[in-house]
Design a protein around this ligand. Structure first.
Ligand code: NAD
Length: 281
């Protein structure tokens, strides 16, 4: 077709990102050219606040779109012309699309997790869910869970202030009581939950181990992981040993890229092949 696209990722420490390979391979499958550049603010010596300048420059230089990651997902908002409802409610943008001279902010972490959950844990009960971690990924995942219809989300974070901030914001968006900080602690909460969502860095090479005692995992609890490097964390390994239904973090990572690819190019991504590429990386 001769179509060509230019995209990129703005964030700190993004050298090892899988996004360039995911997007460029998917473009190859469509027979179009797509170049995906990492714009690492650390390597370039920019402060996070420079994200506005960088987004404006990318628009002027003909980029079709950008992904935005830590620590710029909130900072970028004031520099955009328009936001999707999810991005506006969440207050975080991971994808910017340039269209007719306007910069539009989306959040495909939310849509990516929702899609991964629907495909990977179909019919999972969602009355009571416990989520560990109230940081950047946790905020997107919690928003997706309450959108999907989780009745009561209990949020636990070693930094209590973060859990308080997130539950307050979620109750403001979804209604009182939909998100809580459990009074009785993790053990009691997990014992009564349908599912557990893990959104802390525990289980990555730099943060080995388990985020909660393995004895709390029981066969009728589903376990969803956000960490995707490695795909099988110690938490997932322990959960599978005990017979739990599990969802790894690869789906969220692949589907946020697939949703961004669709926004950048207008082409329908091969989401399952992007997931396979991610699993192989
Ligand atoms: P973050 O630093 O913003 O948040 C992590 C939160 O976890 C912090 O609030 C911290 O206090 C809390 N925490 C740490 N250890 C804890 C424990 N044992 N119990 C309870 N809370 C604990 O980090 P983030 O950006 O949210 O990333 C978290 C993980 O999610 C990382 O491993 C990241 O790679 C992964 N991630 C995956 C995807 C995906 O698409 N699958 C997307 C974004 C992030």
């Amino acid at each position: 077709t001769g179509a060509s696209y230019l995209a990129g990722l703005i964030g700190a420490g993004i050298g090892p990102s899988l996004s360039p390979a995911l997007h460029e391979r998917e473009a190859d499958r469509h027979g179009v050219r797509l170049l995906y550049r990492t714009i690492d603010i650390d390597a370039l010596g920019f402060a996070p606040e420079a994200v506005g300048e960088l987004v404006r420059a990318a628009g002027a230089l003909g980029f079709d779109g950008l992904n935005i990651t830590h620590p710029c997902k909130q900072l970028v908002i004031e520099h955009l012309d328009e936001l999707t409802p999810e991005a506006a409610e969440l207050g975080a943008v991971n994808t910017v699309v340039f269209r007719d001279g306007r910069a539009i902010g989306h959040n495909t972490d939310v849509t990516g997790f929702a899609r991964s959950f629907a495909l990977g844990l179909p019919e999972a009960p969602t009355r009571r869910v416990v989520q560990l971690g109230a940081g950047g990924a946790g905020a997107a995942v919690a928003h997706a869970l309450l959108t999907i219809g989780v009745d009561r989300l209990a949020v636990i974070d070693t930094d209590r202030g973060r859990a308080e901030q997130l539950t307050k914001a979620l109750c403001g968006r979804f209604g009182p009581g939909r998100a809580v900080i459990p009074a009785a602690g993790a053990a009691d909460e997990v014992a009564r939950a349908d599912g557990l969502v893990h959104a802390t860095p525990t289980g990555m090479a730099a943060h080995p181990g388990l985020p909660l005692p393995a004895e709390l995992l029981r066969a009728d609890l589903w376990v969803a992981e956000v960490v995707y490097r490695p795909l099988e964390t110690e938490l997932l390994r322990q959960a599978r040993l005990r017979g739990c239904r599990t969802l790894d973090g690869g789906g969220m990572a692949a589907f946020q890229a697939a949703d961004a690819f669709r926004l950048f190019t207008g082409l329908e991504p091969h989401t399952e092949l992007m997931l396979a590429d991610l699993a192989r990386a």
